[in-house]
Ligand binder design. Structure first.
Ligand SMILES: [Fe+2]
Length: 94
């Protein structure tokens, strides 16, 4: 599902470019920040370190933090940033 969503970000960027959305650079930067965060979580999953904490507890915490980040980012981004380009394209594509 995450892979599909990351593919969706690419689609959005192509769509904004096609419709010449003026704030595409800022929007793409948000996507890039998101991609970097996803990669960071991925690295944490693939290379867990206990750091004195029980590994299962650490992994559970990581799963919760990842889930919260992905859910919050997605809802916030769709409601604010994606809404901006959708409104622009709707207004200028008539
Ligand atoms: Fe977006």
């Amino acid at each position: 599902m995450l892979k599909q969503f990351l593919g969706h970000l690419d689609y959005e960027e192509a769509y904004m470019k096609k419709h010449k959305f003026p704030a595409i650079a800022g929007h793409k930067r948000l996507h890039d920040d998101y991609r970097a965060s996803v990669e960071k979580f991925k690295q944490e999953f693939e290379h867990p370190t206990s750091k004195g904490v029980h590994l299962n507890k650490s992994r559970e915490d990581l799963m919760i933090r990842t889930d919260e980040f992905l859910t919050n980012w997605l809802s916030e981004h769709i409601l604010t940033e994606d809404h901006k380009y959708a409104a622009y394209i709707k207004k200028h594509s008539k």
